[in-house]
Design a protein around this ligand. Structure first.
Ligand SMILES: [Fe+2]
Ligand SMILES: [Fe+2]
Length: 478
C-alpha cells in the first residue's frame, strides 16, 4: 500500500515533538543524513513510542485470530476489486475524475507524497540483520524487491525520483510537517527493527495491502498523461496471492509458528495502525487548491527574481521589482497583470502575453519555471477553459489497463521487465566499483554481509555502491 486514505484531517492536533528534534521533518532529514547518530536514534525511538501510543487507542480492523489473516486479506482484496469495478463503471457513465481535478493537482499529489515514496521499503531495513534466520526471509525478500534487487531501473526510490524529475517536480516543495509523519515512521521502524519487530511486521502488513486509492490514482494519472508505472507496479508487486501482501502475512505466520503470543500479536496490531497516522492520500488530494498553490509557488520564486527585472515597465504604479520585493503581494500582482491585459483568464492561455513570457523556447523567462510551476500558471489562467475545451473537443478517456506482472509497457521508459534484470546487472562495472566488489568478496562472509547491509540503508541503497551491495546481498543470502 502507498499512503493510507485515512479519516485524519489536516486540522488535527500537531504531531508530538520528538526529543531534541522540534519538527518531524527535522527528524526525517536527520534519519536520512545521520542515521547512526545516537541522539537521532533515541529521538526515533521516542517518535515511535509516541505514535504507537496514539495507534494503540485506535480501532484495528485486523482479525482477532492470527490464523484468520490469510482469508481476511483475500476478502479485503475482493472488496477493493469490486469498489474499483464500480469506479470504472461510474467513469464509463461519464462521471468526472474522483481524485485529480487537473494535471497540476496530480503533480502536486506526486510531490506531497514524496517524503514517503522516497523512503519506500525503509521500514524493513532492520530485518536484513536476521538474514541467517529463514523466518525473516519473506520480509527481507520484500525489502530487496523494493530495492529492485540492486537494478537501478527497478529500485522503487529511484523510480519515484525519476518520475518527479520527468515532470519538473524535483524542486523543493515546502510541505506541512504532518506530511513527513509516514516517512519518518518508516525510517524509524527500519533503524529500530530489533526493538520494534512486531510493530515492523504489523506496519508492513498494513502498507503492503492493495488500497482502492492506488488503483484510482494510477487510472487518473494515466488519463492526465502522467506515467502511472510506479503506481501500477505496486498494484502487481504487492498482490495478495504471491506478492508483498502475501509475503507480509507469511512473515507474521512464520514468527508466530509454534504458538501465538497474544502480546506479540497485540504489538503487530499497533504497528498496523501506524499506517493510519499522519496525512493520508485522500486528505492530500482534497486539500489541494490551485490558486493557493500558485501563490505559494510565486512567493517562493519571488526572492530569486526580485532584482532581476528592469524598472522600465510599471503596473498599477509599481515596478516588477517592487511587486516582488515583499511577500503576500502575488495575488494583487496577478490582478494587476490581468487589469493591464497581460493575462486573459478563462480562455486559451496561448492568448495571454504573460504566458508567452514564460513558456516556449523563445520565452523571455525561459527556464525560470519548472514544468509543474508552468502548469500551475497555465491552469490558473485557463480557469475552467480546459474543461470546456475538453467537453467541446469530445476528449475521451484514454484506455488504461494496470500492468500485468511486472512487465512494463514498451512506451514507458523508467523500468524494465524481470527478464531484463540479469542483463542489466551484468553490465560491466566501472573500475572503482569493480575494485569495491573485489574488496567485498575478499572479506569473511559474516563481515561481508554486515558491510553489505550497511551499504543498503535507506539513504544509500540507490547509489551505485548501494545497488552493487544489494545485488551481492541478494545473491549471497541463501
Ligand atoms: Fe515499493
Ligand atoms: Fe511493496
Amino acid at each position: 500500500m502507498l499512503l493510507q486514505d485515512t479519516r485524519n484531517s489536516l486540522s488535527q492536533s500537531p504531531t508530538p515533538l520528538s526529543g531534541i528534534f522540534s519538527t518531524t521533518k527535522t527528524l526525517y532529514d536527520q534519519l536520512l543524513s545521520e542515521p547512526q547518530d545516537e541522539s537521532t536514534r533515541s529521538a526515533a525511538r521516542l517518535f515511535l513510542q509516541e505514535h504507537l501510543g496514539i495507534a494503540a487507542e485506535m480501532d484495528c480492523e485486523l482479525p482477532a485470530d492470527v490464523n484468520a489473516l490469510e482469508d481476511w486479506v483475500a476478502a479485503k482484496t475482493v472488496k477493493v476489486g469490486k469498489q474499483y469495478a464500480a469506479y470504472l463503471e461510474e467513469r464509463k457513465a461519464g462521471k468526472p475524475r474522483r481524485f485529480f481535478t487537473s494535471k497540476a493537482h496530480a503533480l502536486h499529489f506526486l510531490q506531497a507524497v514524496a517524503p514517503s515514496k522516497l523512503v519506500d521499503g525503509a521500514w524493513l531495513y532492520g530485518t536484513l540483520d536476521n538474514w541467517q534466520d529463514p523466518r525473516f526471509h519473506p520480509l527481507i525478500r520484500t525489502y530487496l524487491e523494493e530495492l529492485g534487487d540492486g537494478v537501478a531501473q527497478m529500485n522503487h526510490v529511484l523510480m519515484y525520483r525519476q518520475l518527479l524529475a520527468k515532470h519538473g517536480c524535483d524542486g523543493p516543495l515546502s510541505l506541512p510537517d504532518e506530511y513527513y509523519v509516514q516517512g519518518t515512521l518508516q525510517l524509524a521502524l527500519g533503524y529500530e527493527a530489533q526493538e520494534f519487530l512486531p510493530e515492523v511486521i504489523g506496519y508492513n502488513l498494513g502498507y503492503e495491502q492493495l488500497p482502492l486509492h492506488l488503483l484510482i490514482s494510477a487510472f487518473e494519472l494515466h488519463e492526465l498523461d502522467i506515467d502511472p508505472y510506479y503506481f501500477t507496479l505496486h498494484i502487481t508487486i504487492d498482490n495478495a496471492h504471491s506478492g508483498h501482501a502475501h509475503q507480509a502475512v507469511q512473515a507474521l505466520l512464520q514468527q508466530c509458528a509454534g504458538g501465538t503470543d497474544p502480546q506479540f500479536y497485540q504489538r503487530v496490531r499497533a504497528g498496523y495502525q501506524l499506517n493510519d497516522l499522519g496525512v493520508g492520500s485522500g486528505d492530500i488530494i482534497r486539500h489541494f487548491d490551485l490558486q493557493d498553490e500558485l501563490l505559494r509557488m510565486l512567493d517562493r520564486k519571488r526572492t530569486f527574481g526580485q532584482q532581476m527585472h528592469s524598472d522600465y515597465c510599471k503596473l498599477e504604479g509599481k515596478t516588477v521589482n517592487e511587486w516582488l520585493s515583499e511577500p503576500g503581494q502575488m495575488l494583487a500582482f496577478l490582478d494587476a497583470l490581468e487589469a493591464r491585459g497581460w493575462i486573459q483568464r478563462g480562455v486559451d492561455p496561448g492568448q495571454s502575453r504573460f504566458w508567452h513570457l514564460i513558456s516556449g523556447p523563445d520565452a523571455l523567462m525561459f527556464g525560470v519555471f519548472t514544468e509543474y510551476e508552468q502548469r500551475l500558471i497555465y491552469e490558473w489562467i485557463a480557469d475552467g477553459w480546459l474543461a470546456q475545451d475538453q467537453a467541446t473537443s469530445g476528449a475521451r478517456q484514454r484506455p488504461f489497463k494496470p500492468a500485468r506482472g511486472s512487465r512494463r509497457k514498451a512506451a514507458s521508459d523508467t523500468a524494465v521487465c524481470p527478464a531484463d534484470r540479469t542483463q542489466l546487472a551484468m553490465e560491466p562495472l566501472s573500475e572503482p566499483l569493480e575494485a569495491l566488489r573485489q574488496q567485498l568478496e575478499s572479506m569473511p562472509r559474516a563481515e561481508r554481509m554486515a558491510t553489505l547491509i550497511s551499504m543498503m540503508n535507506p539513504s544509500l541503497h540507490g547509489t551505485p555502491e548501494g545497488l552493487l551491495a544489494t545485488r551481492m546481498f541478494s545473491s549471497q543470502m541463501y
